[in-house]
Design a protein around this ligand. Sequence first.
Ligand code: CS2
Length: 494
Amino acid sequence: MTDLLSLKTHTQANASVIPLQYDLKKTTSGIVHIGIGAFHRAHQAVFTDDLIATGETQWKITAVSLRSANIRNIMQPQDHLYTMLERSNEKERIRLVGAIDKVLVAPENPQAVINVIADSSTKVVTLTVTEKGYCRDKSGQQLDVENDIIKSDLADLSAPKSVPGFIVAACKIRQKHQEKLTIISCDNLPSNGDITKKVVLQFAQKVDGNLALWIENNVSFCNSMVDRIVPATTAEDITHTAELLGLEDKSVVITEPFKQWVIEDNFVNERPSWDKAGAIFVKDVAAFEEMKLRLLNGAHSTLAYIGFFMGYEYIHQAVNDEHCLAFVKKLHQQLLSTLDPVDNINLPEYAATILARFGNESVPYKTTQVACDGSQKLPQRLLKPAEILASSGNISQPIAFVVASWCRFLEGVNQQGESFTVIDPLADKLVAVANQHKGAEALQIKHIMIESEVCSSALLENNDFIYQVISYLTLIHENGMRGALVHFNTETDK
Ligand code: CS2
């Protein structure tokens, strides 16, 4: 039987494995991360691991799981050590990561989470809680006071469940000791730090106006752009890793070689020198965020919905299909015209690199993984650029086609007539509406748009855009996705 990776066994790992680059005994703690999924373990935790190895900052990460105990149950017996497998189509690189100190499971002991965020040794809190974790209302800009966990946290803040709840409860303690705090959002939302600030302040205002004021003056909220493709780990990945490592690791992460982290330099206390590990500190992240959200995430969602109906399980299969590829290139052309210049980045080259990254079949990413939570993802990825284009009289046909594909996805039935589950916080309503008006595309689109509020009111009132979406959904219903896509590409080539 293979031994489990742990502090006792890690030095027995096979020779091809890159070992830990520092003495774990010399580390301290300084960072709390909320939302410990595969993405965090392959991104911020790796930047932190590389930073510890430089000897500049010795802070490890106390990670928090907001819901499930799974990852804690897996990592604790491994002394929180894990493996990262970086794969390109040509090679595979395997290394150990030791940056996670412990994992707290919020529902088991919410007070422990409050305490660690409040602790004076904690200087920075990072977040990967997905778009819905910010508990925003449908406008995307305000705290959703009707959200069940927000309501329950506002009624009793002793055992919070929401991100704003935990932060405000911890800041109440920090306020007593006058301990400043820096919070960095690492989710795929534009102005993610500003959004965090807004929901936290709105929440705090309802708890205690004085506390809200203290937070405003003593807590900084950095915007950040994060990028790395990290699919969910599979059982095969774990078996394969055991062979490479010579030890068992159930918390391995599989990822691509590329990684990027652009952080707004807005720290109110000590700043970990993540720049020594390849991150970039800048004054303004907005242009980087929009570039990544539109060109990468927008194209990802596109390949997910279109690829899914063309029978592709993975993004790399979709991007290798000539019709999908031609479509995404057209989409990229339009998206490029909506972007501001970004320092030191050639945008068309950046767009081309993304398509090459999507083609990395050794990091297989499921179309259904990207397709989830469309109502939370599409506004910033594609509808905002559609609105920018429409404001100068340009109706984006590719974006209208993707929106139609998403509406088709909400029917919850594939082209073989088999049902699948739509994962989205608004799924119940959206799937019901999509099916209620099936066969009447105009009504179907209208009701999905109204119910989801993915479009701004200007775009919703733009009859030309909405008409395009309706006509593409009709095309998809009549010809299937492949037929509709070929038709789209031929027509738009003319
Ligand atoms: C993806 C992202 O699942 C998704 O919605 O588009 O997780 C994507 O892989 C990352 O943002 C890449 O940095």
